[in-house]
Design a protein around this ligand. Structure first.
Ligand code: GUN
Length: 295
């Protein structure tokens, strides 16, 4: 019996189709939700992510507003743009693609975004609200991962969840979400003692470390569910490259209950959840109602 392969691509396609339906069904007096995407510099991976975000935004019937700034942009110039977007009533969501060039303080930029338009959920107000169990905009990758887990397992109450990685973007918010689902939640990281033993105690393993295939077959107990957040490009023997996650998929798939593939697992969920957040931000800011499945 091999693991069920969790098809994030299909799940995300269903979610974006539903988003498109909801946007299409909005009252004609409501202009489509609008997402401003800010890209500073020419990081190759960021270019791909931003292109996909813009394409999917438009496919959902939402408006995308692209701002490309040169790699030499200074902090003041970027903060000026954020102020303009905060004050622009036609903008519902603001996303500043990370990483930013070294001359810019990313925390200062993120925390300059109006929290109501912070569709990444990275602003300290949204971080605090998530921790306090208050309504917030939730970071997209952890929220997408949680949707896949709930779809696979149903009720997560009482399960042991181990998150490997403690980033602000994935590890920490993932822990908050799993705690809120009544999981016994552990954040492990590169300095944790006996990481394999900690991982082996888990019913749910979320790997978000950014190291190719770090989680080995014997780190995962039989019947566990594995969410692989990593996207790493590695060289293969034939001189080509391929994408792999943070877990050794081939070694884990034979005995796990379910596992996300890379690509086609968590990645597509991130964009779908970004658009969900954009719709939520628009409805809260402009005071229109959404169907119950988006409340
Ligand atoms: N860079 C890598 N992941 C993300 C993300 O989720 N949001 C933003 N803004 N930048 C990223």
């Amino acid at each position: 019996m091999g693991a069920k392969i969790i098809d994030g691509k299909a799940f995300a396609a269903k979610l974006t189709a539903r988003l498109a339906e909801v946007v299409q069904g909005l009252d004609t007096s409501i202009t489509p939700p609008a997402l401003a995407v800010v890209l500073v510099g020419e990081d190759a991976a960021s270019e791909v992510y931003v292109r996909n975000k813009i394409r999917t935004t438009e496919a959902c019937g939402m408006k995308s507003i692209e701002h490309r700034l040169p790699a030499t942009t200074n902090q003041e110039e970027l903060l000026d743009l954020i102020t303009r977007l905060n004050n622009d009533d036609g903008v519902d969501g603001i996303l500043v693609q990370l990483p930013l060039p070294p001359q810019i303080d990313a925390d200062a930029v993120i925390n300059a975004i109006n929290p109501e338009k912070d569709v990444d959920g990275f602003h300290v107000v949204n971080v605090g609200r998530l921790g306090a169990g208050l309504p917030s905009l939730v970071p997209c990758t952890p929220f997408g991962s949680l949707m896949l887990l709930k779809d696979t397992l149903g009720d997560l109450s009482g399960l042991n969840a181990v998150i490997i990685g403690r980033s602000n973007i994935v590890g920490k918010p993932m822990a908050q979400l799993l705690l809120a689902e009544n999981c016994t939640t552990t954040i492990a990281h590169s300095r944790s003692k006996d990481l394999p033993a900690i991982a082996r105690s888990a019913d749910i393993v979320v790997a978000a470390v950014g190291r190719p295939q770090m989680v080995k077959g014997d780190w995962v107990k039989p019947g566990a569910v594995v969410i692989d957040v990593g996207i790493n490009r590695i060289n293969t023997n034939n001189g080509k490259t391929r994408l792999v996650g943070d877990v050794d998929f081939d070694a884990i798939a034979p005995h796990a209950a379910a596992i996300t593939p890379v690509p086609g697992g968590v990645g597509p969920m991130t964009i779908a959840c970004l658009l969900r957040n954009t719709l939520l931000a628009a409805s809260r800011r402009r005071h229109f109602d959404l169907p119950a499945d988006f409340a």
